[in-house]
Design a protein around this ligand. Sequence first.
Ligand code: CP
Ligand code: NVA
Length: 307
Amino acid sequence: MKRDLVTVLDLKDELKDIIDLAIKMKAENKRGEDVASFKGKALALIFEKPSLRTRVSFEVGFNQLGGYALYLSPSEIQVGKRESVHDVAKVLSRFADVIMYRAFDHQNVLELARHAGVPVINGLDDIEHPCQAVADFMTMREVKGVLMGRTLAWVGDGNNVLHSLLLGAAILGMNVKAACPGGYRPRSDILDMALSIARGSGSRIEVMDDPIEAVTDADVVYADTFISMGDEAQKEERLRAFTGYQVNMGLFSRARSDAIFMHCLPAHRGEEVTDEVMDSPRSVVFQEAENRMHAQKAIMVRLAGFR
Ligand code: CP
Ligand code: NVA
């Protein structure tokens, strides 16, 4: 049975192992001892939206392990427009050994995965960003050690990144306190799923309005853009709704004194986060960005069995 990563739930039973493998593969990479286990393999990268980290980390990472990565820009395949999702899946599966897909619509990622004969990895859609979450938990593990019982405070939009973090935190036994204004809370189906997993793992998941309440005594403070890709038309109303949700030093100082700041990037300095927090010694945003590459290598090894 081929395996996909459409949602963090697809890794439910092995999230911890994948994080361990990512940390091991990062160490191998730093020692110059990458194992060329992707030799002769091809990775197709389909993008419907812009990217810096996702494109570069997948391309460079796959090449480091001996494979060939092919970037397909938003104007090329036009999944579902120039050609049906089904046909794209069938054709690409004849050329590529793995497909990464950054999409507007989660349903298209599910459908591509359903019809492809090779693993499909979600590179962000309107509901989830699973690769980001795996890299983020890897980063938290590196900096904070044991994750179980730690508290992540989310400040801002109840978006794709929060959804993947909620599911991952519930699996790993981490607590989440998410401060989101009314109308911008996480989806109820994802929240219910996270709450149900949390009952088994012992994690506490709470959604609230007040950023101060969320951040107080947290181990990790996480921000993301107020205006995700696809939400640009709502810019003015969103900027109004998120007034008071900026992570600045005043808010960050409510967290534990050794708390770290995280952001999936790209950041909008001066909007959801200030320069002072982004550039503070407790900001791990660039380690987090680098870890995308190591985490995705581990994900591909596990899904495709290339090692
Ligand atoms: N964090 C992230 O996915 O960045 P890109 O949009 O640049 O790929
Ligand atoms: N929530 C953001 C994440 C970007 C990596 C977006 O979807 O645009």
